[in-house]
Write a protein that binds this ligand. Sequence first.
Ligand code: T3D
Length: 262
Amino acid sequence: MSTEALVAVSDAHSPTRTFTLNRPAAMNSFTGAMHGELLAALDAAAGTPEVRCIVITGAGRAFCAGQDLSDPDAAPGKDLGALIEAHYLPLVQRIRSMPVPVIAAVNGVAAGAGANLALACDFVLAARSASFIQAFAKIGLVPDTGGTWLLPRLVGHARATGLAMLGDKLPAQDAAAMGLIWQCVDDAELPQATEALATRLAAMPARALVATREALAAAHGMDLVEAIKNEARLQTRLGSAHDYLEGVDAFRNKRAPVFTDR
Ligand code: T3D
């Protein structure tokens, strides 16, 4: 693993590719350069058929403190909306369109855009000492990086409002209890728990998992009939793919399936 990079990339021998946000002295807050490295790394993984699961985590005691507030691009008076459109929107779009599942392994504090980057992933596993902070209101901003869309869908309007307006530090255990994240584990167990989940997901039918991500997101804007029609459309597509044939054959022959579609 390269430790010089702003985003350290794990060795290429595993079906799981791990990206470690690597500006620990600044709590892994985002600069334009770090955005560029993370997006390039995600693009490369998306184009590599052997990659079947992505993990994003942080170096040191933070996961990510959002935008680097010392960066000249974020200085008061700059067009912050342009910064969001240039960097955070493409990042969330890339994560949500990855052809494989994405896990956020939240090792420490996740604040501002760092919190919402984690919430945009398919799974959030967090260390017990980690926390989530919608820090935006404290500096006179609204939640961005998808926060206004993600929060109410994950925890409902009342809790989304409280988290977004008050900006309190939410411990990982409370985040798991209210359904904001998938799981909170003891700090020492985070690496193993992440690896176990990634290994499990990597062996699953990636194309079906990604279609599930899309269907769950799309269903929010649909009534029940529309949602079922969307499910039917997806089953039509998936039902003629290799992984369905493989899954059914493996079931009939009482063997473990080998899924390859992405
Ligand atoms: O451009 C725009 O603003 C638009 C885009 C917005 C997207 C956003 O993400 S807005 C939200 C930006 N993030 C924040 O407001 C979070 C700011 N940070 C904090 O609230 C706290 O640092 C933490 C709660 C994350 C951690 O607190 P603590 O007490 O554990 O650590 P600390 O001492 O505050 O921070 C440690 C160092 O990291 C410190 O540097 P130093 O003094 O040791 O040299 C601190 O300045 C640095 N740091 C933490 N967060 C950021 C940061 N440096 C630059 N940017 C940061 N976001």
